[in-house]
Design a protein around this ligand. Structure first.
Ligand SMILES: *Cc1c(COP(=O)(O)O)cnc(C)c1O
Length: 434
């Protein structure tokens, strides 16, 4: 298991552990399905980004945790105590961060369609930067800031036209994207000139985010090249020197043994070397560099525990192992066939020599977690663990089939605490006017 992520292990009982805690005991204590997070692993990932960015980039450069990957009160408290910023994409995420006591002057507010109400809430809450997606949004931020008698720092989201060689659904920086303003036909120049004419929306720099699950530094360097050349153009045309260049998120996470490793600090070093050279080449002042890691902060720190129900063998076809959760708590296989590693938590040492398809409990054939993978042969009552589920699981969870969302338990140094309680049936109907 250690060949996938360093926070997993197997103890003397042959049980899977996470952050030193016995997962079989956790499943018994809290029930299943259950999300488990290793706090120390999250802290280590925050520190890797914080230290590498501090080492390689100018003062004021920092990581902003992309909290859409996993948003609940305790995660903002953890991130806050690691002294890194956050990236939020909705007023709901902003509200959750504020509820955690997060200082949102260290927040970037994203999204391709912020409403006037979202903008007003963000400005009155003191959000540090709005990442403005379009001309309409720059206009709205300026207008609402003026009404409130405030100024608001903004970055402009630019689509640099880089294909990060990842899944289409999570690729965001190509010219044809719902996000940002493209560089083609002077569009990015036009929005820059428009933003510079505003008095209450204060242009501080630019942002790009090319996609997710990127295993190489090269696409980031390509994006930085395009962006720094653009910075140079804006300096020449308008005398505007960007204070901030935000390179977005997207470093990959190892979900299965076959996937490669991403050495985050080494990659940041490589990106920094290139950014430094590019700034020299294009004669622009080196801006503060922001990065927005999401999954690479939290994914590995999380696992989901389930109880196995039926096992069905269909001769000549598949062997199905059914679990007591599925697409409501982890829709990622159904959405984009994301690969996962599955382990029998109570017999983690047993050979994984049984070919199976792990399926959820929903009335939906696409409700799968993994197809035709090698696992231990599991039967009713076994505890099944899906590894590397810390990102985009809880945050994407639904109540489909009226299945209550699982709780989140945080483990630290072998101890465990309930952070989010399991939804109840009463919760399911609480908004219904009876
Ligand atoms: C989703 C997103 C991120 C984080 O992406 P990860 O792949 O989780 O690192 C960062 N920035 C923006 C603007 C995003 O939309």
């Amino acid at each position: 298991m250690n060949n996938i992520q360093d926070c997993y292990g197997i103890n003397e009982n042959g049980h899977l552990t996470i952050g030193g805690a016995d997962t079989v005991c956790l499943a018994e204590k809290y029930g299943t399905p259950l999300y488990v997070l290793d706090e120390n692993k999250i802290r280590r990932q925050c520190a890797i980004y914080r230290d590498a960015i501090k080492k390689h980039f100018p003062e004021g450069s920092m990581p902003f945790y992309a909290s859409k990957a996993l948003s609940f009160v305790d995660i903002y408290k953890i991130v806050k105590s690691e002294n890194i910023g956050i990236d939020i994409v909705s007023p709901g995420e902003l509200y959750t961060a504020i509820s955690a006591g997060f200082d949102v002057s260290n927040a970037c507010f994203h999204g391709n369609n912020k409403t006037d109400a979202d903008i007003e809430y963000g400005i009155t809450s003191g959000v540090g930067y709005f990442v403005a997606d379009s001309r309409e949004e720059v206009e709205a931020i300026d207008r609402i800031a003026k009404k409130l008698g405030k100024t608001q720092k903004i970055l402009l989201r630019i689509t640099p036209g880089i294909d990060p060689h990842t899944l289409k659904a999570i690729s965001t920086g190509r010219v044809d994207s719902k996000f940002g303003t493209p560089l083609i036909e002077g569009k990015a120049e036009e929005i820059t000139s428009f933003a510079l004419s505003k008095e209450n929306a204060i242009l501080c720099g630019f942002h790009c985010h090319i996609g997710s699950q990127i295993f190489e530094p090269a696409p980031f360097i390509d994006a930085a090249t395009v962006m720094i050349s653009f910075l140079s153009d804006m300096k020449d045309k308008f005398g505007f020197e960007a204070d901030v260049l935000n390179l977005g998120g997207g470093f990959a996470v190892k979900y299965t043994a076959e996937q490669g490793e991403v050495n985050i600090s080494e990659y940041i070093g490589e990106i920094a070397k290139n950014v430094t050279n590019l700034c020299e080449k294009y004669s622009v002042k080196m801006p503060k560099i922001f990065m927005e890691p999401g999954r690479s902060i939290v994914a590995a720190a999380g696992i989901t525990l389930y109880t196995v129900g039926t096992r069905k063998e269909i001769p000549g076809f598949k062997n199905y192992i059914s679990i007591d959760g599925g697409m409501p708590d982890n829709p990622r296989y159904a959405l984009y066939q994301s690969p996962y590693t599955v382990v029998c938590a109570n017999r983690a040492n047993a050979p994984a020599d049984y070919k199976a398809t792990v399926c959820g409990r929903c009335c939906e054939s696409g409700d799968l977690i993994a197809e035709d993978i090698k696992v231990q042969k599991m039967d009713r009552g076994d505890t099944l663990a899906v590894l590397v589920t810390g990102a985009y699981n809880y945050s994407m969870a639904s109540n489909y089939n009226r299945i209550p969302r699982p709780p989140i338990v945080i483990v630290k140094d072998g101890d465990d605490r309930l952070s989010v309680r399991r939804e109840s049936f009463e919760d399911l109907i609480k908004n219904e006017v009876l």
